[in-house]
Ligand binder design. Structure first.
Ligand code: DAT
Ligand code: MG
Length: 149
């Protein structure tokens, strides 16, 4: 079953949007299989954003991610990687569609509330980086037959 890594960034946690954001993925019908509130180490933040290491915004991005707690999550479901990216919206919240998380709650690219893996391979890398195997729980929600034909 496909899985993706999502993280509510420090701004989303500080602004009290954790319940709202988790609720959207629950209501959609995806399954939560991993969840933790954590302070992120500089090492983890730099590894997570390694592809952006040479970009001018990298130092500020790392400082932001380690500045305050983050909610790290793994969600499961058919097509969850691409669908979660759609629900999150475009990187710059000023261009994110209304109805997306960034479109509804953010105005600034450096404070865009949530991270979501951008491809299946990225998701696998990020899940391994953020979670130990034993922190992930495989389970079958009893509502499944009312959500998937
Ligand atoms: P996304 O988070 O939509 O996958 P990304 O991987 O291109 O976007 O960039 C990672 C994060 O870096 C993004 O969520 C916010 C920050 N960022 C990206 N482009 C930026 C820019 N031009 N200025 C400041 N921060 C930026
Ligand atoms: Mg990205």
């Amino acid at each position: 079953m496909e899985r993706t890594f999502l993280a509510i960034k420090p701004d989303g946690v500080q602004r009290g949007l954790v319940g709202e954001i988790i609720g959207r993925f629950e209501a959609k019908g995806f399954t939560l299989v991993g969840l933790k509130l954590m302070s992120v180490s500089r090492e983890l933040a730099e590894a997570h954003y390694d592809v952006h290491r040479e970009r001018p915004f990298f130092p500020g991005l790392v400082e932001f991610i380690i500045s305050s707690p983050v909610i790290a999550m793994v969600w499961e479901g058919d097509g969850v990687v691409a669908s979660a990216r759609k629900m999150i919206g475009a990187t710059n919240p000023l261009t994110s569609e209304p109805g997306t998380i960034r479109g509804d709650f953010a105005v600034n690219v450096g404070r865009n509330i949530i991270h979501g893996s951008d491809a299946i391979e990225t998701a696998q890398r990020e899940i391994k980086l953020w979670f130990k195997d034993e922190e992930l729980v495989s389970w079958q929600p009893s509502l499944t037959s009312w959500i998937i034909e």
